[in-house]
Design a protein around this ligand. Sequence first.
Ligand code: FAD
Length: 343
Amino acid sequence: MAASFETDICIVGAGPCGLFAVFEAGLLNLRCHLIDALPMAGGQLSEIYPKKPIYDIPGFPSILASELVDNLLKQIEPFKPEFTLGETAQSLEKLEDGRFLVTTNFNTKITAHTIAIAGGLGCFEPRKPDIHRLESYENHGVDYIIKDPEKYRNKRIVISGGGDSALDWAIFLSDIASEISLVHRRMEFRGAPESVQKVIRLNELGKLKLYLEAEVKSLEGNPDLEKLIIDTNNNQKTIELDYFIPLFGLTPKLGPIADWGLNLDKNAIEVNTLDYQTNVDGIFAIGDINNYPGKLKLILCGFHEATLMVQSAYKIINKGKKPSFKYTTVTGIQPIKDANHGK
Ligand SMILES: Cc1cc2nc3c(=O)[nH]c(=O)nc-3n(C[C@H](O)[C@H](O)[C@H](O)COP(=O)(O)OP(=O)(O)OC[C@H]3O[C@@H](n4cnc5c(N)ncnc54)[C@H](O)[C@@H]3O)c2cc1C
C-alpha cells in the first residue's frame, strides 16, 4: 500500500536550501517532510559536484560539497524530518480544509499546511539511450536510478555507461549481484582512473564481465525483461538478465512543477521578496527554482530565503499568530518531540 504522511511543511527538493529550511522550520517547532527525485539528499551538491570545494559558505573558508550536505543533515537531525527519496512530486492539489496534498509518482501522499518548493533546476531526469522499446521495460527490469541496492541481490545485472556512476555501481554491485556485466561503447572510460582500474581487476578476477566497444542494441522479454542483445565488434551477443541499468547521467528539467498553476518566468517560479511566496497563498519557492529582481543562484541566498519563508509559513500554520524572534544562542535547539505522522 502506498504510504501517506501529514506534516506542517512539505518541502519539494532535498537540496541544500530544502535541507536548511528544515532547520529554520524546526526552530519554530514546525515539522517537515522532504521529497526528492534523487535517491539521496543534497541536490546539485550530491549529484553534480560532491568532491568540489565550495568557498562562499559563511564561516567555512572551504568545504567539500558532500561535507556541506553531511553537515546540513546533522544540523537538522533534532527536528526529525521525514524523507521520501527517489520519488518525484507529481501533483499538487488544494484540499477543502485548506491544506495541500502532494502525490508522488509512486503514489506516496503528503498532506501539509504549506508547501516549500526547493526544486533547484528541477527534477534530474535520466538520459535514456536510444534502444527500441526501452521505455516499455521501465518497472519491468529497466532502472535508471539505483534506489536500494538490495533489490539487486543475487540478480543478473547489466549496466551500461562509461562515467563514474556506471563504474562505481558496477564495482558496488559486483558483491551483491549473482552476475554483473558492464557494457561501454568505447575503449576508454570517462570516470575516475582508480575506478577504471578496479573494474579491469574485477573483470580479470571473473567477478564482472566487461564489454568494451559494445552497445546494447535490443531488449527481449514479455512483459518482464529476460535478455538483451549487444553488438560487440560487429558480433551479436545475447545476455540473459534480470535488470538492465543504463547510467548515462541525469539532466535537470522543471518537470511536473510546471503544471502546478504557479506563475513562471522561463524555468523559474516567480516569488515576492517579502517571504518568497508564489502567486498561490501557502506555496513558497526558495533556492535556485525561484526568480525575483536581483536573484542570484547561490546557496547562501537560498538559506536566507528559507529563513524568511518559514516565518510566513508559521503564521499560516498557526492561524495568523506571529513567531517570536529569538537567537539560538538564547534558546539553544529544542528537538521536535512528535515528528512522525506517517500512516
Ligand atoms: C558545478 C557547480 C558548482 C557550484 N558552485 C557553487 C558555489 O561555489 N557556491 C554556491 O553558492 N553555489 C554553487 N553552485 C550552485 C548551487 O549548487 C545551487 O545554488 C544550489 O544547489 C541550489 O540549491 P537548491 O536546494 O535550491 O536546489 P538543488 O541543489 O538543485 O536541489 C533541488 C532538488 O530538488 C529535486 N526536485 C526537483 N523537482 C522535484 C520534484 N518534482 N519532485 C522531487 N524532487 C524534485 C531535485 O532532484 C534536486 O535534488 C554550483 C553549482 C554547480 C552546478
